[in-house]
Structure formats: C-alpha cells, structure tokens
Design a protein around this ligand. Structure first.
Ligand SMILES: [Zn+2]
Length: 304
C-alpha cells in the first residue's frame, strides 16, 4: 500500500519537476551528492541536509514541493495536520525536489485554519541503496539544523515542521458525528506555560499502567464516542486531560508512551505523560517512523 502510494507520488513528482520552471539542476550544490565521486570527497563526506517547502495548487488544496539536497530517490513522509485533520503522503526526491499531490479534505478544500506540515525522511534503512551510499547506512553522514537523531535506532534523519495557514471554507458548526472534545492541551502553543500538575493524587482512581494497558499500537483507535470502557467507573471526566497525574505512567522500559486518543508520541519522561488518562495510555517499542505511519504525531513538548 505504502509502496503503491510512493510509486504514484514518484510519478507525480517527476511530472511536477518537469513542469516546474527555473529549477536548475546544478542548484543542489551540496557536498558529496554525486554517487560516483566518493573517493574525491574524503574530507567532506558529511552532508548538511537542507529542507525547504513551498506550496502551490488550487486554493484550499495545497500541493507541497520539498526542496532538499538529499540524493535522488530519498523518501520523505509528509504529514499535514491541524486540530482535527491529519493526512500523510510519501514523496520521493528527484532532481533536488519532490512534490506531493494535493492535500484535500475528502476531495474538497481544507477548512480554514493553521496547519503544520511535518517533513520527515524515512529511516535510512528503508531508503534505496544509492541514498544510503551517500548518507550512510544509519544516516551517520547527515548533519545540519534539520538533522534529528532517532532515540530508538540512533539513526540520523532529516526532519522539519513547517507552519501554514489556509483560507478555505469554515469548519461546519454542527458536526454530524462529533468527536468527544476532551480538553487535551497535549501540544501547547509555543510559549504557553505547561499546565500545572495537580497535587492531589489520592483524589483520582489510580490505575496501574502495567500489563492490561499495553494495547497493540498497530491500529490506533479513536475513543468510541459512547464510552463505556472508561476506567474511571462512571467518572464523566475520564477523558479530561487535566484530571490525571499518574506519575507511574512515566515508568516504562519501552521507547515511547502513546496517547491513543490524541495520537501523540511522547518520550516516557515527558511532563505530559502523567496527565494522560489511563484509558488512553499505551507504550510502544516501534520506531518513530512506524508510529508516524500509524497516524501518530510527535508531542510538541518533548520533541523540541
Ligand atoms: Zn511529550
């Protein structure tokens, strides 16, 4: 499935590259990018990765072009999200850029609002051989501001967040199938102070996060709006982010803590982790890329 999308996007991005004017190939003047010249590049084998994103396309249906000095065939995953929208596409670099297809809302324009596009390179181990030859099998040649080290694998990848505001139709006032809107300031805006932890643990039913709360993370499930499975025993606020302070939830050997409601990826030590309602708490040893592919996004607090 992913492969099919990648192939599709590759075709599109190649067309896009042909169609785009004023994109001289010589522009990607990064070091050591031509695969045949490795022996003449011994002192500059590090690659300072660049990322730049521009939009085009119809109003409300943005097409993103990623400009980068990564080698041809490098695969990036583009995740566009806002409060109630998440969509991913895979883009393959050809000639210094890769172009997505239009991001839409069920085929129509996106609703007005602020969106964040996360551009993240797939793991080096999943990249074609020619890419690994330049970047290193674990991406170890990659440096620069956009380079991120994955905590689980130690792999170096290129990743960046880009903010956009789109003018489209207003979101409908009455959603026919509204999600329960738990107040979950999981990703506070840039300068917001962290929500204060509640000092009274005995006021809450503490459920121990061992064993039973470790669901499979292959298919992130949204909370069924009816509830019924709440661990709080009739606690109407079981979803309420601010009512929990279960510090033991930080206590896991697994790589990640997940909020299965907000679909956020946290480091176990993140200050937000105790505030996850136990019914939405899970842990995972998957790689960040795998979780992103599952529909999760990284927490803004612990993934600065
Ligand atoms: Zn976090």
């Amino acid at each position: 499935m992913k492969r099919r999308i990648a192939a599709m996007v590759l075709a599109v991005s190649m067309m896009g590259t042909l169609g785009a004017c004023g994109e001289p190939a010589g522009r990607t003047a990064g070091p050591a990018l031509s695969q045949s010249s490795s022996e003449t590049q011994t002192d500059s084998e590090k690659v300072r990765g660049t990322l730049k994103v521009s939009t085009s396309g119809e109003s409300g249906k943005p097409v993103f072009t990623v400009e980068t000095n990564m080698p041809d065939e490098t695969e990036f995953v583009l995740t566009l999200q806002s409060e109630d929208y998440t969509q991913q596409q895979t883009v393959v670099v050809a000639g210094g850029s890769g172009r997505s297809e239009a991001f839409t809302s069920g085929g129509g324009p996106l609703f007005s609002g602020k969106y964040t596009l996360t551009v993240a390179m797939s793991q080096p181990s999943q990249q074609p051989e020619g890419v690994r030859a330049v970047l290193g099998d674990n991406g170890e040649n990659l440096i620069g501001n956009f380079m991120k080290v994955e905590s689980t694998s130690g792999a170096h990848i290129l990743s960046g967040d880009f903010k956009f505001t789109f003018d489209g139709p207003e979101a409908p006032a009455a959603d026919p199938a509204p999600e329960p809107e738990p107040a979950q300031p999981d990703e506070p805006r840039e300068s917001d102070p962290e929500p204060e932890p509640e000092p009274e643990p005995e006021a809450k039913p503490e459920t121990k996060p061992s064993g039973t709360t470790k669901p499979s993370t292959t298919a992130p499930t949204k909370p069924s709006s009816g509830g019924g499975g709440g661990s709080g025993g009739g606690n109407g606020n079981a979803n309420n982010f601010d009512t929990w302070n279960v510090e033991s939830q930080q206590d896991t050997q697994d790589s990640w803590v997940l909020n299965t409601s907000s679909l956020k990826i946290h480091y176990p030590s993140c200050s937000q982790v105790p505030k996850i309602a136990p019914k939405n708490y899970a842990t995972s040893n998957k790689t960040e890329s795998e979780l992103l592919n599952d529909g999760y996004t990284t927490c803004g607090v612990c993934h600065k």
